[in-house]
Design a protein around this ligand. Structure first.
Ligand code: ZN
Length: 68
């Protein structure tokens, strides 16, 4: 796994490394990429933004991956 933390800017004019929570709030993301297969994981960088998301975003339904 390769971390893109220092490669990409956390915030700024390019929104590719952040997600909007509300009109006034944007959460910076840490990106982790697997160089073998291209698998990408993104993590919210700031715990206080996670709090905010928990309040503002509706709960996602449970995803069922496993076949019986
Ligand atoms: Zn991989």
């Amino acid at each position: 796994m390769y971390a893109g933390v220092e490669v990409m800017p956390k915030s700024g004019p390019f929104g590719s490394n952040s997600i909007p929570i509300s009109i006034v709030s944007i959460a910076a993301l840490d990106n982790y990429v697997c160089k073998e297969c291209g698998y990408l994981e993104r993590y919210i960088a700031e715990p206080e933004k996670l709090e905010e998301i928990g309040k503002k975003w509706p709960k996602a339904g449970k995803v069922e991956h496993e076949e019986a």
